[in-house]
Write a protein that binds this ligand. Structure first.
Ligand code: SF4
Ligand code: SF4
Length: 285
């Protein structure tokens, strides 16, 4: 079983569209959306939810007014100004450090686990799909990514799947590190802009640090041939294989608008390029 994680140094490079195309082309696979902060692979896969669960992470202090003796210790120790003068807690400011709970002489403060999001296991027209939704302004998306990956791996093992195709998190922080954990290959999708190149370089550094083989796809390469050349030069110097280059093509937008993947609905030229990308990747795994 091979795990392929599609990443990008930043959002908006076409990462999810490429993931969905690979999800269409790979046989016998499980798909996972680890971009939990802004999940959108479901828009193209149109899942039917079969199983779901709650994701709990972190905690918030809650005061039992009946037990409180108004000693003021919680207000004194809280470094996040989360305790009001009437010794109630502001749940938005509370960082869940539990200091107040530990010093309270009346055992009046309890730490309550936060409900931070939801996970789902779904059926799609291409096979099983594990995805999640992080609550608004919730943190710990790295932990939710790890949970999504764990569930996808369990499912893939059970179904004897040949591939896990993962839509990774953007950026270079904790969620992307969690997305990359245990991957056999990272595919970086970039676009021909200087910021796109800079972000791709940063995320490639992260993947290389974890000794994950990296390959690259340039999306809309013909929109800036000068920067495209810079990306190709960088890949040559750093020994990064370019799997393929997708030109700007309005059929891509039309396919996305129709909630279809590129092999289903893009132009013949795009379909051919995407099929070649998968053929090349599959033969190298
Ligand atoms: S430390 Fe406990 S008893 Fe003292 S004010 Fe806070 S909640 Fe009340
Ligand atoms: S748990 Fe920490 S952050 Fe929250 S109210 Fe208590 S001391 Fe403040």
């Amino acid at each position: 079983m091979k795990e392929i994680v599609v990443i990008s140094g930043k959002g908006g490079t076409g990462k999810t569209v490429v993931t969905a195309a690979l999800a269409y082309l790979a046989k016998n696979k499980v798909m996972a959306d680890c971009d939990v902060d802004a999940a959108d692979l479901h828009l193209l896969l149109r899942p039917q939810i079969k199983e779901e669960g709650k994701f709990r992470s972190g905690a918030t202090a809650v005061v039992d007014k009946n037990k409180c003796i108004a000693c003021g210790k919680c207000l004194e120790v809280c470094r996040f100004s989360a305790v009001y003068s009437d010794f109630t807690i502001d749940p938005i400011s509370c960082e869940g450090c539990a200091f107040c709970s530990n010093v309270c002489p009346a055992s009046a403060i309890q730490m309550k686990e936060n409900l931070s999001g939801q996970w789902f296991v779904s059926d799609t027209r291409f096979g099983p799909f594990v995805h999640a939704r992080l609550g608004i302004a919730e943190e710990n998306s790295g932990k939710l990514v790890a949970l999504v990956k764990k569930k996808a791996k369990e499912l893939a093992k059970k179904q004897k799947a040949s591939f896990i195709i993962v839509d990774g998190s953007p950026g270079i922080g904790c969620p992307v590190i969690a997305s990359l954990s245990g991957a056999d290959c990272a595919i970086v999708v970039t676009e021909p802009t200087l910021s796109g190149l800079a972000d791709a370089k940063r995320v490639i550094k992260v993947a290389k640090h974890f000794r994950i083989p990296v390959k690259l796809i340039i999306n809309k390469f013909d929109l800036n041939l000068e920067v495209n050349e810079k990306i190709e030069k960088y890949c040559k110097e750093d020994n990064i294989d370019i799997l393929g280059k997708l030109p700007f093509d309005k059929s891509v937008v039309e396919a996305i608008t129709a909630q279809k993947t590129l092999p289903e609905a893009a132009s013949d030229n795009i379909k051919k390029i995407v099929a070649n990308i998968w053929f090349k990747l599959n033969s190298q795994l």
